[in-house]
Design a protein around this ligand. Structure first.
Ligand SMILES: N[C@@H](CCC(=O)N[C@@H](CS)C(=O)NCC(=O)O)C(=O)O
Length: 108
């Protein structure tokens, strides 16, 4: 397994699991219980320095080197570029998708 999703049950984290499922990518979930302060664990901070989930580690990143990605929009963009899915080549359509990637979600 090369993709490791560090997440808790929140809308921003769900965005990433939905994308991974829609892209047909296998991944492993690592629960970071933000109600128990696990986002401040030094091992997690090395992945996500802003102490927020979701974060993604791809052990097969660019040029085969591991990479950590945090911020849900950046993760969606990374996965779209990695797979070539959901990111149109047409610049106008591409902007519309990128704008969608940047929309933050909050618990209602
Ligand atoms: N802009 C960030 C927001 C992520 C975010 O707010 N994560 C919250 C849970 S949804 C979190 O980890 N909070 C823990 C903390 O701030 O200590 C994104 O889209 O990934």
């Amino acid at each position: 397994m090369t993709l490791h999703l560090h997440a808790f049950d929140t809308p921003n984290a769900r965005k990433i699991s939905v994308a991974l499922e829609e892209m047909g990518l296998p991944y492993e979930v690592h629960v970071v219980d933000i109600t128990q302060g696990e986002q401040f664990d030094p091992a997690f901070l090395a992945i996500s320095p802003n102490n927020k989930i979701p974060a993604l580690v791809d052990t097969d990143g660019p040029a085969g080197a591991p990479i950590s990605v945090f911020e849900s929009g950046a993760i969606l963009l990374y996965l779209a570029e990695k797979t070539g899915q959901f990111l149109p080549k047409d610049p106008v359509a591409r902007v519309a998708v990128q704008r969608g990637f940047a929309v933050p979600l909050r618990r209602g």
